[in-house]
Design a protein around this ligand. Structure first.
Ligand code: UPG
Ligand code: MN
Length: 737
């Protein structure tokens, strides 16, 4: 068990475990910011001058307001570029600085919620890869939260526990780097894997998949494991707590006689009459259960769709967490979300969806990165209250004293008392009248519990660190069809708006409590949905005006024209340079900017609408799980870099309309300009609609040229054509008469 009682002293002259340096581009960035802000001010002046004189007042007003939103977002984003700091850690020196036996205990939390959308074999692989971390086994515990309350998940974990007895010694003896069995067996090294292990894995896989398909466990599947809790009235929304200790490091050993890590299955009590607060609720249940059992000072949160790709990931985190200079205020060390099987050109911009990942160095320069929900090491005590100077690094001797939840400071291991306690703390009523979810633990009130929790920790005075080693420490699954990608982003978008319009708005509360720039960073995310206004306006209005030969932008190639050109080109160039410096490619950047536009007219637009409806009292949105099951055909298309539409999604109607409006207006506008002249007046509008048309190429293909199952559904194409027609008719009446 983790010995939380003693605080190991770092040796007299501790080895340097980490270093930080300011990014070299910082001065260039500031110079650029100075010039760019002058350009923005000039633009505002230009709008003020031309608005009054404009015949198409409403359109010009909409575009002017759009520019203000752009400017607002640009100002906020400067916080990220102000003082970018790069961190580096030296895990090879850790054992020298702190004896392995003095490393803090580590509790790993794995969340799963639905065996159909999140295949149990994924959970098994995740759990095996984390149990195989290069960490003292007696100090490592893995807790799995199953919000699906599924027999098959428990079944799969029992199988995983058995397989671990052979798998962990195998990893250790061979010194494997790939410790996720599915990945290892598929890799080149896998061919040298002994038949015995391969067979065991295969048998386990078949058994688990059989049970998953059937949906329940028969007695003959697993005679020596009780599934008695699954009584006839049991449903995923209504069932008692189930807690099973599958491996206990104080007595379970592997085939070579080595200690095995702890493995515990937890499915908290569910009842339709209570709120369960989605993942945050699940994580808090684990905080308490583990608190009653191993009570390790360090907690790693992982989604079930991620596996550990570097056995020394925990050592890397400890390089910061055990540094006496950082530890007292360090709440968490966040690793980036990287994805397995990411397409070379990242067509859906999966890797750059989240701000911390786009500007990791900028985040390190402030209070630290946002919490991304997975691949994050927490100091347990940060979940219980503010940083305090008396606290020893990492070790939360007093963690539970802040909290009136009756837990003792030392874990009780897996005694009867501990199990009884664990059942109590996972009951529906336990959190009633406590500070769980408001002042302690993962925070409730939004579906983006990760964003919200990290935000509150920063506001309380905690710091965090972004750790991004060359080899990804964790690899996860990502959505690989457009509807899933957009659905996920819409869910986030609504969650962020919930925070923006709460009393904890980052613009007011965050700038006061965390720091001014930190509040700005959280605001960019919180107001993410706002992008829908300028992006939608710019992808419809200038185009319609173009089709009717009405110039909206500065006429002629004079200074105002160059102002527009500069604003557009400089913003894109900076984005591109940052992308390339971070190791991206030109193609990836192109796809990324396309996704940015796509999100603007789909997820952000729908997110804002849905959020507004919710404010008016319509039913709230839930946490729609991202599907982790991939069809073969779909994954083939993804590998070829082909967009996957396939389903009748309202997002696609919106995309179809934008695509058709731009191409039709471009063609009509071009024809009229050639006939009537005035290229210099219409140039910017022609450029804009041409640029968007090129970006929309995959949409036209999916509508008119493809015949595979990932094409745009016919009905969606038809509706888009009709709506585009209707828009043109409306524009005709508004603009020609
Ligand atoms: O009621 C719930 C709902 C979800 N989950 C778990 O939450 C995780 C994330 O769900 P997923 O459907 O994979 O969502 P993503 O959009 O991929 O998740 C991103 O966004 C979430 C916030 O919206 C964060 O929690 C995640 O860490 C982050 O990866 C999964 O392990 C789920 O099993 C639960 O445990 N209980
Ligand atoms: Mn996920």
């Amino acid at each position: 068990m983790a010995d939380t009682g003693s605080t190991p002293e770092l040796r007299q002259s501790p080895a340097v475990l980490n270093s930080f340096r300011v990014d070299s581009g910082v001065h260039l960035n500031r110079a650029h910011a100075a010039v760019y802000s002058c350009a923005i001010l000039s633009l505002v002046y230009h709008h003020a001058l031309s608005l009054r004189r404009s015949p198409t007042f409403l359109i010009s007003l909409a575009l002017a307001l759009s520019d203000l939103v752009f400017a607002f977002m640009w100002v906020l984003s400067q916080a990220l570029r102000w003082r970018p700091v790069r961190g580096q850690e030296f895990p090879e020196r850790l054992a020298e600085a702190v004896d392995r036996k003095d490393w803090p205990g580590l509790d790993v939390f794995v969340c799963t919620a639905d065996p159909h959308k999140e295949p149990p074999m994924g959970v098994v692989n995740n759990v095996l890869s984390t149990m195989a971390l290069d960490y003292p086994a007696g100090k490592l515990s893995v807790y799995v939260s199953d919000d699906g309350g599924a027999q098959v998940t428990l079944f799969a974990l029992v199988e995983a526990a058995r397989f671990a007895g052979s798998w962990l010694p195998f990893c250790r003896e061979r010194g494997l780097v790939d410790r996720c069995p599915a990945i290892y067996l598929r890799s080149d090294g896998g061919s040298s894997c002994p038949e015995g292990i391969k067979m065991m894995y295969q048998t386990m896989k078949e058994k688990v998949e059989n049970v998953a398909e059937r949906g329940w466990v028969r007695d003959e599947d697993m005679p020596d494991q009780a599934f008695g809790e699954w009584t006839p009235g049991f449903t995923r929304q209504e069932h008692p707590s189930i807690i099973q200790v599958l491996l206990d490091s104080s007595k379970d050993v592997d085939v070579t006689g080595h200690v095995l890590p702890n493995l515990v299955y937890v499915s908290r009590e569910k009842n339709k009459a209570y709120r369960h607060n989605f993942k945050a609720g699940a994580l808090n249940a684990l905080v308490r259960v583990s608190g009653a059992m191993s009570n390790a000072p360090v907690i790693l949160t992982l989604d079930c769709d991620m596996y550990c790709n570097d056995p020394r990931a925990a050592q890397r985190a400890l390089c910061y967490m055990l540094d006496p200079a950082l530890a007292p205020r360090l709440a968490y060390v966040q690793f980036p979300q990287r994805f397995q099987g990411l397409d070379e050109n990242d067509i859906y911009a999966n890797e750059h969806k989240r701000l911390s990942q786009v500007h990791p160095t900028g985040m390190n320069g402030l209070r630290g990165p946002m919490y991304l929900g997975t691949g994050c090491f927490f100091a347990r005590r940060s979940l219980y209250g503010r940083p305090s100077s008396q606290c020893s690094p990492v070790y939360p001797n007093d963690a539970n004293e802040h909290v009136d939840d009756g837990l003792t400071a030392e874990g009780l291991a897996f005694s009867e008392t501990a199990l009884k306690r664990a059942r109590q703390v996972t009951s529906c009523t336990f959190e009633h009248g406590t500070k769980w979810g408001s002042k302690i633990g993962f925070r409730y009130g939004t579906i983006v519990e990760d964003f919200y929790t990290g935000y509150h920790l920063h506001c309380e005075g905690w710091k965090s660190i972004f750790c991004h080693p060359q080899r990804p420490a964790f690899l996860g699954e990502m959505p690989v069809n457009l509807d899933d990608v957009l659905g996920q982003v819409k869910r986030w978008c609504i969650g962020f708006l919930e925070v923006a319009f709460s009393k904890y708005c980052p613009l007011t509360y965050g700038t006061r409590k965390a720091s001014f720039p930190m509040g700005m960073c959280y605001s960019i995310i919180s107001f993410w949905g706002m992008w829908c206004f300028p992006i939608s306006a710019y992808s419809i209005l200038p185009q319609m005006a173009l089709a009717h030969h009405i110039p909206l932008f500065p006429k002629g190639f004079g200074p105002w024209f160059w102002l527009y050109a500069y604003l557009f080109l400089a913003a894109n160039a900076q984005d591109l340079v940052e992308f390339l410096v971070a190791g991206g490619t030109l193609r990836r950047w192109w796809n990324d900017q396309r996704m940015w536009m796509i999100r603007g007219v789909t997820t952000h637009l729908f997110g804002v609408v849905e959020f507004s409806l919710k404010q008016m009292g319509l039913p709230a949105v839930g946490f729609n799980l991202t599907s982790k099951v991939m069809e073969a055909e779909q994954s083939m298309r993804y590998k070829r870099g082909v967009f996957d539409f396939g389903v009748e999604s309202p997002f696609f109607v919106s995309l179809g309309v934008v695509g058709l409006v731009n191409s039709s207006c471009f063609l009509v506008g071009l024809a009229r300009t050639l006939r009537q002249g005035g290229v210099e007046d219409m140039f910017l509008q022609l450029f804009l609609s041409g640029f968007i048309t090129i970006n929309c190429w995959p949409i036209y293909e999916a509508m008119f040229l493809r015949s595979d199952s990932g094409r745009m559904p016919r009905r969606v194409s038809a509706i888009s054509v009709l709506l585009t027609g209707a828009l043109h008719i409306a524009a005709y009446f508004l603009l020609e008469t």
